[in-house]
Design a protein around this ligand. Structure first.
Ligand SMILES: [Ca+2]
Ligand SMILES: [Ca+2]
Ligand SMILES: [Ca+2]
Length: 693
């Protein structure tokens, strides 16, 4: 009934000459308010007087597929908050912004406002390029009136303290050390096909890298539709829920791998894509809102920089940037653009100039990285610039300090236990291998200690840009992951693990004993997806498949989530191996009840400390879970080098024969560091506790 009347009235309006184009054909500068009636062209709508605040006209008689096109001029590229001023007596309206016949934002569903002149404001957001352009408002479903649309720059309302170098440490602008611990957003803005183990194929053949996926899509549907489908993938693989999940797992930084072709128009070198900053801005905004930093990581440069066998720079095959000066020049141009855009953005923690640029020798890499450093520094005086590690190390750089460089850091990627580096079989052996890597030998050298000594001598900060401690360590995975972050932070290093999300077409079973490379994976309950042959599927089917990555159910590794959020607390078992600082200790797997790790290698004068909040001043009962094949052990609980309690550690008949010794202590309330000190060593400790009397 409504529909019949609706069409009849629209027809009558047209007859009466009332459905004329809006008076204002002028270009609307954005940010600003776009009157709905100021369209330059439309299909199927009509104007009417409005009783909304401010009066004037609204656009009514909007049915599905009706549209209005406007001439707008955004002053700068970026994300805009969009406010639709709408009224509806029926509800069910749906609106989307489009350009060149393609949606460029999310579809927004509009409410029933209780009348055709009862107005409300509905929010959305969209990325717009700078400069004059047309913008179409498309009705996906009709049944609403539109008075105006307001565009304002999207801001997070959050300003994070800027990160800079102070000697070997990452500090904030107040000079406080910042323990950066985060994860890589792999397979998002730089695909690695294995991470979606997806049964993706092209005419029955596997797809080896992003280049082949994109060329298959271009070949079938043309470059514009390929770009649209890739945008659908990017809009889907990562969204707000993922930043919530990362935050919930204790992360305060995200390393963001991207390909040059996300920014530079590959068909027109030295030209920014219209949507060049869409995804980097989005990620920075989403991280910043949650108090998290971003490290911008050029994962694939023009021509490719990685070893020939690697797909992670976009295309497997030769690293042509090292033999072609144009590619290196384009890479300099790209960093000039990036530094110009983000120079004042304090939530960007650092620029990661090139990922694993191992298609050349260490000296060539160092020389080019210093060239890139100068390009960035010419535009951006603020940000820390990361010099890329070669697979042979960082020695070819010499000492950046003696070159007079500031706000500079190195990165390496450490993967013990994988690809021939200390590979051992079985979760327990893997866990002990990681524990060995994280600790010094008796002379304060070896394993990760050598790197700490090297970076200390260089007086330069360090990022472990990639590492993976959980996939082969079974039930030890969560704890060894936390411990890896703790030890790296103790050295002063930032650390970002690889990676946030991996999926498989059947879904993960959520079993932490056989967990893959993601902190999260798709659930076997509602997260699965099937095969897709991009050589024969319709573009609608490909779009639907890509969209599925945004809606599939996810499961997180609960062991990692637990340990990343673990802290020493009164009244609970405090795992001895979760010290935040130490001298001379190391962890190892234990066969005591409950498993996990104990602390061993305890020699006389070794110590370890724990930040803890003592809830109230008074007496506390102490328990220490210890084992020793020796007589004469002495354990002291201390604070600021003052003894609070001393206990004898008995001979229990073996390093893994455990007993619990008890004592008492008087503590004052408040946040403090408590230390366990070995007045006489030769014992192990698994856990301890303090409980108010
Ligand atoms: Ca209006
Ligand atoms: Ca020791
Ligand atoms: Ca323990």
């Amino acid at each position: 009934m409504k529909t019949t009347l609706h069409y009849r009235v629209k027809w009558l309006l047209a007859l009466a000459g009332l459905a004329v184009a809006g008076a204002g054909h002028a270009q609307t500068a954005l940010p600003g308010k776009l009157e709905a009636e100021s369209y330059t062209s439309m299909t199927g709508v009509a104007l009417e007087a409005t009783t909304d605040t401010g009066g004037g006209s609204d656009v009514g008689w909007i049915d599905a597929n009706d549209s209005m096109t406007y001439s707008v001029n955004p002053g700068s590229a970026g994300w805009y908050n969009v406010q639709y001023r709408v009224a509806s007596a029926t509800g069910g309206g749906q609106v989307v912004l489009a350009q060149n016949g393609k949606a460029i934002g999310e579809t927004t569903t509009l409410p029933n406002t209780g009348g055709w002149q009862n107005w409300t404001t509905v929010s959305a957001h969209v990325f717009l390029a700078a400069g004059p352009q047309s913008l179409t408002v498309q009705a996906r479903a009709g049944g609403f009136n539109l008075n105006w649309i307001n565009f304002s720059p999207e801001t997070t309302g959050v300003t994070l303290p800027a990160i800079r170098q102070n000697g070997k440490f990452w500090v904030d602008n107040a000079g406080n050390r910042v323990n950066l611990r985060g994860v890589n957003l792999g397979n998002w803005l730089a695909l690695e096909m294995w991470m979606m183990n997806s049964n993706l194929s092209n005419n029955g053949a596997g797809i080896g890298d992003q280049c082949h996926l994109e060329s298959a899509l271009s070949g079938r549907f043309g470059a514009a539709e390929k770009e649209r489908l890739m945008s659908v993938f990017r809009d889907s693989w990562i969204s707000g829920r993922d930043f919530d999940l990362m935050k919930g797992m204790g992360m305060n930084v995200v390393r963001l791998p991207f390909l040059y072709s996300l920014i530079e128009d590959d068909a027109h070198p030295y030209t920014l894509r219209p949507d060049a900053w869409k995804y980097l801005d989005y990620a920075i905004n989403e991280a910043e809102k949650r108090g998290m930093y971003v490290i911008l990581d050029l994962h694939g440069a023009a021509g490719g920089q990685a070893a020939a066998s690697e797909q992670h720079d976009g295309c497997a095959g030769a690293a042509e940037m090292w033999t072609n000066t144009t590619y290196r020049d384009r890479t300099k141009w790209l960093w000039d653009m990036i530094a110009s855009r983000y120079k004042n953005r304090s939530s960007v923690a650092a620029y990661d100039l090139l990922n694993e640029p191992w298609g050349t020798d260490a000296t060539t890499l160092a020389n080019f990285a210093y060239e890139l450093f100068n390009v960035v520094r010419a535009k951006d005086a603020n940000h820390v610039i990361l010099l890329p590690g070669h697979n042979s190390g960082i020695d070819a750089y010499g000492n950046p300090n003696t070159r007079g460089l500031s706000n500079v850091a190195f990165w390496m990627h450490f993967y013990p236990g994988l690809w021939g580096w200390n590979e051992v079989q079985g979760a327990t052996a893997q866990a002990n291998m990681h524990a060995t890597w994280l600790h010094c030998n008796a002379s304060g050298t070896g394993e990760s200690c050598d790197w700490n000594n090297k970076l200390t001598a260089l007086n330069t900060p360090f990022l472990i840009g990639e590492f993976q401690p959980w996939t082969l360590t079974g039930s030890y995975g969560g704890q060894i992951t936390r411990k890896t972050y703790d030890i790296y932070n103790m050295y002063g290093w930032a650390a970002t693990s690889w990676a946030y999300k991996t999926v498989s077409y059947g879904g993960s079973n959520g079993d932490t004993n056989s967990w893959g490379w993601g902190l999260v994976s798709n659930s076997s309950n509602g997260g699965g997806f099937g095969a897709l042959d991009v050589g024969s599927a319709t573009n609608a089917a490909i779009e639907s498949y890509f969209r599925g990555f945004g809606t599939q159910a996810l499961v997180r590794n609960e062991s990692i989530a637990y340990w990343m959020n673990w802290k020493a607390e009164a009244g609970q078992r405090i795992e001895a191996e979760m010290f935040s600082n130490h001298s001379g200790m190391r962890m190892e797997t234990t066969t005591d009840t409950g498993g996990g790790f104990n602390v061993g290698n305890i020699d006389t004068n070794d110590w370890m400390s724990y930040p803890i909040n003592v809830p109230k001043t008074g007496g506390y009962n102490l328990q220490f879970r210890v084992a020793s094949p020796n007589n004469g052990g002495q354990l002291v609980l201390s604070k600021n080098a003052t003894d609070l309690a001393a206990l004898a550690v008995p001979n229990t008949g073996g390093w893994q024969n455990w007993t619990t010794i008890t004592g008492t202590v008087y503590l004052t309330a408040g946040q403090q560091d408590l230390a366990i000190f070995a007045r006489a060593g030769g014992w192990n400790i698994n856990w301890w506790s303090l409980t108010a009397q």
